[in-house]
Design a protein around this ligand. Structure first.
Ligand SMILES: [Zn+2]
Length: 199
């Protein structure tokens, strides 16, 4: 129905999450219409993000070689670490403007059915940060769903014998949801209302 290059663009766009065949078509025709330099900028941005993006060696947030912007910021409080599942969750917490500490990105949550255990997550790396960074509080900010809660409980038990206060964001977030879908007011309140975990 289309030319080979147009069809290939529709196919590639259609492989993106949340993009159905109709949207893929619409986007492809949009790209076809825009100025060549705009299309080039889009293509170059995709290539650049793949070439330049690394993980922060301290917190495993996205970075561009070396520490991420948050770890590099001297105004951030190194004594408090907010543990999240995904780098996108950092954006959600930052929007609340309630948190001035640092982060730790697990890159997933415990999910025995899909074979994700503690070794597949950045758990060991979290423990290794406690002493050198003088961490006094760990806020477990995993998603308010089954896997996120299981991950929080696992970490709370693991951290219990160590000299650190472990807190969990307050309930009140939409259960079963993802942090990134919570509005900043709700998430801000959940952070503020965090409580020590009894593990
Ligand atoms: Zn970092």
């Amino acid at each position: 129905m289309y030319t080979a290059s147009l069809q290939s663009l529709v196919d590639e766009l259609g492989r993106l999450p949340g993009i159905g065949p109709k949207s893929a078509q619409r986007l492809a025709f949009h790209i076809l219409k825009i100025a060549p330099e705009d299309a080039t900028r889009l293509a170059e941005a995709i290539v650049a993000v793949k070439e330049n993006t690394t993980l922060c060696p301290r917190c495993f947030n996205v970075a561009e070689g070396g520490l991420c912007t948050i770890c590099n910021d001297p105004r951030r409080d190194g004594a408090v670490i907010c543990v999240v599942e995904d780098p996108r969750d950092i954006g959600a917490v930052e929007k609340t403007q309630e948190f001035r500490g640092r982060y730790h990105v697990l890159h997933g949550s415990l999910n025995p059915i899909e074979g994700v255990g503690p070794d597949q997550l950045r758990v060991r790396e979290l423990l290794d940060r406690l002493e050198p960074e003088g961490v006094t509080e760990i806020i477990l900010c995993t998603n308010p769903n089954l896997e996120g809660e299981a991950t929080a409980m696992y970490l709370a038990r693991l951290l219990k014998p160590l000299e650190v206060v472990v807190t969990r964001i307050a309930s009140g977030l939409p259960v079963g949801g993802d942090l990134e879908y919570a509005d900043e007011l709700t998430l801000g309140r959940a952070l503020e209302g965090r409580r020590p975990v009894d593990a």
